[in-house]
Design a protein around this ligand. Structure first.
Ligand code: SF4
Length: 121
């Protein structure tokens, strides 16, 4: 079995082919060693940073940008986004404030990626 990925570690964007045979994984198409680690990681358990927004009551904008404190498995992304979309916070919020702790037991917190003051009346 083999899969193809584009390496996103640097702007070269090498086209990686990851093959598995007899429990041995090989990566080809990489111009450097970092592509091997990336290819194996993408093949076994692809991870992604999560960024989104949550509703904020009384803020200067209707939504607050949020980001994960680490990468989460790509397969858990939709579950996590569902939880994020259901959350509503109240202004003021400080940058880095935890909005959701340990989202979906991934070990990653969702934090505010900017501060937001209360809207002036
Ligand atoms: S394999 Fe190496 S050179 Fe190619 S995109 Fe990945 S990091 Fe860059």
């Amino acid at each position: 079995m083999s899969k193809e990925f584009v390496c996103i570690v640097c702007p070269n964007s090498c086209r990686l082919t990851v093959s598995e045979k007899d429990d041995e994984i090989t990566v080809t198409g990489n111009d450097c060693k970092r592509g091997i680690d990336h290819g194996i990681s993408e093949y076994k358990n692809p991870l992604r940073m999560i960024t989104s927004t949550v509703a904020i009551l009384g803020g200067t904008l209707p939504r607050l940008p949020v980001i994960g404190t680490g990468e989460i498995p790509k397969t858990r992304m939709n579950d996590c986004l569902d939880e994020i979309y259901g959350v509503s916070v109240s202004a003021p919020i400080k940058r880095g404030e935890i909005i959701i702790q340990n989202i979906k037991d991934t070990g990653v917190d969702i934090v505010a990626s900017r501060s937001m003051n209360k809207k002036e009346r």
